[in-house]
Ligand binder design. Structure first.
Ligand SMILES: *[C@@H]1O[C@H](CO)[C@@H](O)[C@H](O)[C@H]1NC(C)=O
Ligand SMILES: *[C@@H]1O[C@H](CO)[C@@H](O)[C@H](O)[C@H]1NC(C)=O
Length: 308
């Protein structure tokens, strides 16, 4: 008898700890004109009004690779937030649509709208905190991060982009068009021109802007490092900040990386990863801290707080 109860207890604990897994949502979750795949990780123990983290994958990746390729699901289990892993409908190269006018425009369609529909559905279904929605990604996932931060400033509280390009840099006439000019660092604009692209993404929007964090390797052979400088120009102009950093800290968070902070409220930070190629190491701990995702009660960072 004692043995049986122990077995039942043990089984309960084991299945409880392992019950959560990556799950595909196949029901109608709202406007999704490009048919973006929706995968979600909902931990067994959710925080009250859980925050949501969106983690778009890289080119030639998919939702499952993104789920397996970072610590975010583990962190979600620990802190009770939900992770959305969208899956690109572009079967040719699995890159995100960061080129079409619709993806670069608020509520106008493209891959970005499908992803935002996932966020809206999840907020509703799990009573999520609409002020604590975040997005991070690497490479094409970073480009989608910039796209979402630019076109949906009302949905996201902060973004973190590793080895991406400025919002609008890939703009073209069509879905998922690859821009060689941008990738090789030949698209340069003034800060005002970049900011105008972001403003045009959501005409009439004058509200609060999500804070932004970027990382880029100086030896990036896929998305030239020049894009780092262009992103710095763009986000500083969006926030109305000076292009001169308020601080720079060497060897942070990795040896030979330099952290630059801009603006009076530390609303924008940029990490130059010296000697790093496109294969840049994810920095989950820095990103978790930027989003304040380990905060489970009290005054956690949320949309509308501080900043610009
Ligand atoms: C982009 O799409 C929006 C909304 O559909 C439209 O108002 C705008 O004119 C389009 N811009 C271009 C350059 O096609
Ligand atoms: C450190 O970064 C510089 C570029 O900023 C690079 O030239 C150098 O090779 C890097 N050193 C190492 C050890 O990666």
């Amino acid at each position: 008898m004692r043995w049986t109860s122990w077995l039942l207890f043990a089984t309960g604990v084991v299945s409880g700890a392992n019950a959560a897994s990556l799950t595909q949502v196949t029901e109608n979750f709202g406007p999704n004109p490009r048919n973006v795949g929706f995968y979600i990780y909902v931990p067994d123990k959710l925080a009250a009004n859980p925050p949501i983290l969106v983690n778009p994958h890289w080119c030639h990746g998919d939702a499952r690779a993104s789920y397996a390729g970072s610590q975010y699901a583990t962190m979600a289990s620990k802190y009770g937030f939900i992770v959305i892993y969208p899956d690109s409908p572009n079967t040719a190269d699995k890159c995100w649509d960061v080129s079409s006018n619709s993806t670069l425009t608020h509520d106008a369609g493209g891959d970005s709208l499908g992803i935002v529909s996932m966020v809206r559905w999840t907020l509703n279904k799990y009573k999520g905190d609409p002020k604590r929605v975040f997005v991070t990604g690497v490479s094409s996932g970073a480009m989608m991060t910039s796209t979402l931060i630019g076109a949906y400033p009302d949905v996201f509280a902060a973004g973190s982009a590793f080895a991406g390009v400025p919002f609008g840099c890939f703009a073209a006439n069509g879905y998922g068009v690859w821009s060689d000019a941008c990738a090789t660092g030949k698209v340069t604009r003034t800060p005002a021109e970049w900011a105008a692209l972001v403003t045009a993404a959501y005409p009439g929007y004058t509200g609060w802007r999500p804070k932004m964090q970027i990382f880029h390797g100086t030896l990036d052979e896929t998305l030239n490092y020049a894009n780092f400088e262009e992103e710095v120009k763009e986000w500083n102009a969006v926030f109305g900040y000076s292009q001169t950093p308020t601080s720079s800290t060497p060897n942070t968070p990795v040896s030979n990386w330099t952290k630059y902070v801009y603006g009076p409220n530390n609303w924008f930070e940029a990490y130059r990863a010296g000697g790093v190629t496109h294969n840049i190491q994810n920095q989950e701990a820095v990103v978790m801290s930027w989003f304040d995702l380990a905060c489970t009660s009290g005054d956690c960072f949320s949309w509308g707080e501080g900043g610009a």
